[in-house]
Design a protein around this ligand. Structure first.
Ligand SMILES: *Cc1c(COP(=O)(O)O)cnc(C)c1O
Length: 376
C-alpha cells in the first residue's frame, strides 16, 4: 500500500517528537526522563516512538500493561520499561523474564514477583506506587506512617529491587493546593521510609506533563510526560511553555473520495439531520469515519481542512465515511488531501467540539489507519 492508495492515514513527525523531547528535557534539566508510550504511544505507534526515544537517550519508558511492554521488547527495545498498571500475579514470571519494571501496590503482586525472581535467579525491579489522592491505583498514603509500613513490607521481600517510588497527580493542571497536598503526602511517606527503615529509592517520580510544566518543585529524580511529548499541552492553562513551543507530532489525513453535486434541500447522511441549502451545491465525500477515529459526536459540528480551507462536516459521521460542504469557488478534485487534525488544524479545537480532550482523539485513531513516519 502506498500513500496514493490509502484512504486515510496519519503522518507522524519523529523530528517533532525529538523537538518536544528536547524542550521537555530543558524544562527538567536535573531529572531523568521517562517517556510515556502507553496506548500505542497515544496512537502514534509505540514501537516507532519508543525506538526514537531510545535513540535520543531517554532514560525510561512507561506502558499501561504487560502486553504493551512485551511488544516493545519484541521490537528490540532494550531500555528500562515501567508497567504502570496492574499485572495479574500469575504473569509475574513474564515481567521478570522480559526484564520489565512493575508498578507495585499490593502484597499479592509483590510476593508473586518476589517468587518469580527467586525462581529465575534474577531481580524483579519494582516501582512502588503510592495513592496520594488520585484514588486510582496505589498504596493509600493519606496516613504516611501507615503507608511507609506497608511499602517497607513489600520492598523487603527477597528477589525484589525496589528501584523507584511514584505517585500521580489528579489535578496538576487545575489546582495547586490539591497538588501540593498530594506532593506533601508523597514526601512525608518518603521521609518516614528513610528515617524509620533506612529505605531510600533511586527514582522518585510524580510529574506527568502538567506538573512538568506547572510545578518544577515536583520533578525530583525523574519526570514522566506523555501528552506534551506528542505536541500538546495537557491543558490550555498550563504555565512554563506556550502551546506553540510544542509541535504536533501526528497529522490525520484523508483524501477526497467523491465530489457530488446535490440539488436544493437534499438531506445528507443518516438520519437526514442536515440538508443542502436552497441553492443546492457540492459536497466532498471523505473516506474517514468513526471507525477510523473521527468521533461521531462531530456530526454536523467539526470542520476539516480541504486544500487548506476549513469546511464543515455535513450531517452524521458514518462508520467509514463522512461528507463536508464545499463552497462554490472550491476547486476540489477526487484524490485531494484533507487534514482532519494535526499541523494546520489543532486537535484541541476538534477535541473541544467533541466535548473531550486531545488525548482521546489521538488514542482513537484506529489500527486500520496506517502510520507514516517522517523526519526519522
Ligand atoms: C498517562 C500517565 C502519565 C502521562 O500523563 P500526561 O498527562 O500524558 O503527561 C504519567 N503517569 C501516569 C501514571 C500515567 O498514567
Amino acid at each position: 500500500m502506498n500513500q496514493q492508495t490509502m484512504r486515510t492515514w496519519t503522518e507522524v513527525r519523529l523530528d517533532h517528537l525529538e523537538h518536544n523531547y528536547r524542550v521537555l528535557r530543558a524544562c527538567a534539566p536535573q531529572s531523568k526522563f521517562l517517556g510515556v508510550v502507553k496506548a500505542n504511544a497515544y496512537g502514534h505507534g509505540a514501537v516507532a516512538v519508543a525506538t526514537k526515544l531510545q535513540a535520543l537517550g531517554a532514560d525510561y519508558l512507561a506502558v499501561a500493561c504487560l502486553n504493551e511492554a512485551i511488544e516493545l521488547r519484541g521490537a528490540g527495545i532494550t531500555m528500562p520499561i515501567l508497567i504502570l498498571g496492574a499485572t495479574p500475579a500469575e504473569f509475574a514470571s513474564q515481567v521478570v523474564e522480559h526484564g520489565l519494571t512493575q508498578a507495585v501496590f499490593t502484597p499479592e503482586l509483590a510476593h508473586a514477583l518476589s517468587q518469580a525472581a527467586v525462581a529465575q535467579g534474577k531481580k524483579a525491579k519494582i516501582h512502588v506506587k503510592l495513592d496520594t489522592g488520585m484514588s486510582r491505583l496505589g498504596i493509600l498514603a493519606h496516613d504516611p506512617a501507615q503507608a511507609a509500613r506497608e511499602v517497607e513490607e513489600l520492598c523487603a521481600l527477597p528477589g525484589l529491587e525496589a528501584e523507584g517510588i511514584f505517585t500521580h497527580f489528579a489535578n496538576a493542571d487545575g489546582d495547586e493546593g490539591y497538588t501540593m497536598e498530594q506532593f506533601t503526602r508523597f514526601l512525608d511517606t518518603l521521609n518516614l521510609l528513610e528515617h524509620t527503615y533506612g529505605r531510600t529509592f533511586q527514582l522518585r517520580h510524580c510529574a506527568a506533563s502538567a506538573a512538568v510544566l506547572n510545578f518544577p518543585c515536583t520533578h525530583l529524580d525523574m519526570v514522566r510526560p506523555g501528552i506534551a511529548l506528542y505536541g500538546y499541552l495537557p491543558d490550555p492553562s498550563c504555565q512554563g511553555l506556550d502551546a506553540e513551543e510544542l509541535w504536533p507530532v501526528m497529522t490525520l489525513k484523508t483524501r477526497v473520495a467523491a465530489v457530488r453535486e446535490l440539488p436544493a434541500d437534499t438531506p445528507v447522511s443518516y438520519g437526514c439531520t442536515q440538508k443542502m441549502g436552497a441553492e443546492g451545491g457540492r459536497v466532498a465525500v471523505l473516506p474517514v469515519g468513526y471507525a477510523d477515529g473521527l468521533h461521531r459526536v462531530l456530526s454536523g459540528q467539526g470542520t476539516v481542512l480541504v486544500n487548506g480551507k476549513p469546511r464543515p462536516i455535513l450531517g452524521r459521521v458514518c462508520m467509514d465515511m463522512c461528507m463536508v460542504a464545499l463552497q462554490p469557488e472550491d476547486q476540489v478534485q477526487v484524490g485531494d488531501e484533507v487534514e482532519l487534525f494535526g499541523l494546520h488544524q489543532r486537535v484541541e479545537d476538534m477535541a473541544q467540539l467533541a466535548g473531550t480532550i486531545p488525548y482521546e482523539l489521538l488514542c482513537a485513531v484506529s489500527p486500520r489507519v496506517p502510520r507514516l513516519y517522517q523526519g526519522a
